[in-house]
Write a protein that binds this ligand. Structure first.
Ligand SMILES: C[S@@+](CC[C@H](N)C(=O)[O-])C[C@H]1O[C@@H](n2cnc3c(N)ncnc32)[C@H](O)[C@@H]1O
Length: 292
């Protein structure tokens, strides 16, 4: 490659065209995210100062990133981080890339936590399968006096979650706990939340190549019917839920009835369900069954 600078506008146009030609979905968005990240520019720079010169080293970094994208690596894996609920979260090999759909789970928990002027209460939160810390940290970002314990079976994910808590300014209110679901968890919590693995074993081969190659299988797959993690979680909730507490989970689009049955069998009533932006059932919240 010639050792010369290129303008930001030309670099962006070339990157967009390259991904488009290769039929990469969302080519324009991916090109923009990669160029912005590796040239340390913003969308505003591209609009206001497209003539600004990008030095050869940065242009080469964009070039390498485009090659990775053309080989199928997802754009946020290349960048190494992804935005979730207004937070910037670093990814690592054993963390799932947080998905926008999971914001529905956060909103559902917040709706209940903030009832009756509850915003400022010292809520105790438990996030089972915390991954990057996405759900716990999003809740901490809105509830200023809450404390969260993030549980994961993966040491790599937990280290990433703890680092994300520090980077985003919530390190003093976040505790990482390595545990197989509740096995190593102590204490009781006002809200137990989880976005657990919920894909059926048999559906794994049909997922996109990008997901299979770059998201950890253990973060996504949960037995022949996809319900193994819900069974493990529902069985342990009663021992760790504070009086009046609630448990909320993300679900697959067709799992509302099945997951409700799993929790009902363990003594919990469905209190509410919300859909994601595509209109699919996405998050459920339960409370302890009342005596009838
Ligand atoms: C679907 S990911 C969710 C990650 C993150 N909470 C999010 O919403 O982006 C599920 C997480 O559960 C963790 N996990 C899987 N099996 C587990 C187990 N037995 N005990 C604790 N965590 C587990 C995985 O490592 C993964 O981080």
């Amino acid at each position: 490659m010639a050792d010369q600078a290129i303008t930001l506008g030309a670099l962006l146009a070339a990157a967009r065209e390259r991904l488009k030609q290769a039929r990469i979905p969302d080519a324009a968005l991916d090109a923009r995210l990669l160029v912005e990240h590796f040239t340390e520019t913003t969308q505003a720079d591209a609009i206001a100062r497209p003539e600004q010169l990008i030095e050869a080293g940065r242009r080469d970094a964009v070039e390498k990133a485009l090659e990775q994208r053309l080989e199928g690596k997802p754009v946020h894996r290349i960048i190494g981080r992804r935005a979730f609920y207004g937070l910037e979260l670093t990814l690592s090999p054993e963390t799932l890339e947080p998905r926008p759909d999971t914001e529905a789970l956060v909103d559902l928990v917040l709706e209940y936590a903030r009832r009756d002027n509850g915003d400022d209460r010292p809520w105790r939160l438990l996030d089972l399968g915390t991954g990057t810390g996405a759900v716990a940290l999003a809740l901490l970002s809105v509830l200023p006096n809450a404390q969260a314990v993030g549980v994961d079976v993966s040491a790599d994910a937990l280290a990433t979650a703890a680092s994300n808590a520090d980077i985003n300014g919530y390190g003093s209110r976040f505790t990482a706990c390595r545990s197989d679901w509740f096995a190593g968890v102590e204490g009781r919590f006002d809200f137990i939340v989880s976005n657990p693995p919920y894909i059926r074993d048999g559906d794994w081969p049909g997922l996109s190549r990008e997901v299979r190659a770059f998201d950890p299988r253990i973060a996504l797959v949960a037995g022949p019917d996809g319900l193994d993690a819900y069974r493990a979680i529902a069985a342990g909730v009663a021992l760790h839920l504070a009086s009046g507490g609630m448990v909320a989970v993300e679900i697959g689009f067709d799992q509302k009835d099945m997951v409700s049955e799993v929790f009902a069998a363990n003594g919990f009533d469905l209190a509410d369900a919300v859909r994601d932006l595509a209109g699919h059932d996405r998050a459920l919240i339960f409370r302890t069954k009342t005596a009838r």
